[in-house]
Design a protein around this ligand. Structure first.
Ligand code: UGA
Ligand code: MN
Length: 245
């Protein structure tokens, strides 16, 4: 059965670098479809070119963050419109398989994709470099029983997990026709997982050797340089100041 990787993305200097890294990770994964969903009204040519050139099986979609949230000061519900667009696509186009919300800037060990492939309903696993504790994970006893969650910010959440820390089967999504991600910063994961009710933490399938292995990291690129010209052909190279040697 296919694996559906739902990736929100948006225009910024690091975008093509992040998507290149992720595309080349996914090239090592069998039977995967990449749903790349831009925070934009129209798809961008450069993302389309990257996807086409990757050789991956992909869907290039768009879903812009609604104006009311974009204009808001402080934390914004990043990627929510796109993930809900991804869910809408799955409901219309997929009947089996597993989906995973994979942000474009995280780092994925290819082993995570084989781990989540067997998800019956909802699975969870550790995410490294996440919150002030450096790790977000279900806590599992030596006998393999779910004990609770470890996360640097609990926030009264029923499921205090990172976006990259869970996967869901498409069949289960079809059994929960109202499941949706809310536009609430910090509570996107919890809100979505709660919308899969009835679902209890103790029913979660524990992956990555009973949550003893970190196979995904919540990396964040340091924004330290502007973007190179997006179209290097059109770019007039003589505009570059030449370094005299
Ligand atoms: C934080 C949380 O740690 C994640 O668990 C959660 O997925 C994310 O916020 C979120 O709110 O969705 P953080 O690294 O701060 O993660 O978020 P970003 O990586 O900047 O953004 C999350 C995703 O949304 C990325 O794929 C990014 O490309 C996309 N995004 C971000 C947009 O589409 N539009 C934006 O304006 C910002
Ligand atoms: Mn991120």
């Amino acid at each position: 059965h296919p694996l559906y990787v739902i990736t929100p993305t948006y225009r910024r200097p690091e975008q093509l670098a992040e998507l290149t890294r992720m595309a080349q990770t996914l090239l090592l994964v069998r039977n995967v479809q990449w749903l790349v969903i831009e925070d934009a009204k129209v798809p961008s040519k450069h993302v389309e070119q990257l996807l086409k050139r990757s050789g991956l099986l992909y869907q290039h979609l768009t879903a812009a963050m609604p104006e009311q949230y974009r204009k808001r000061r402080g934390a914004k519900p990043k990627g929510v419109a796109q993930r809900n667009r991804g869910l809408q696509w799955l409901r219309a186009n997929a009947s089996v398989g597993v989906f995973y919300f994979a942000d474009d800037d995280n780092t994925y060990d290819v082993a995570i994709f084989d781990e989540i492939r067997s998800t019956k309903r909802v699975s969870m696993f550790p995410v490294g470099l996440c919150t002030k504790f450096g790790l977000s994970t279900p806590v599992v006893s030596s006998t393999g029983a779910f004990m609770g969650f470890y996360d640097g910010w609990l926030g009264g959440r029923k499921f205090p997990v990172d976006m990259a820390g869970f996967a869901v089967s498409v069949k289960f999504l079809h059994m929960r026709p109202k499941a949706i991600m809310p536009y609430v910063p910090g509570f996107e994961e919890d809100g979505f997982l709660r919308s899969l009710a009835p679902l209890e933490p103790k029913e979660i399938e524990l992956k990555a050797d009973n949550c003893t292995k970190v196979l995904v990291w919540h990396t964040q690129a340091k924004a330290n340089a502007p973007s190179p010209p997006l179209d290097m052909v059109k770019y007039n190279q003589t505009n570059l100041a030449v370094l005299k040697t």
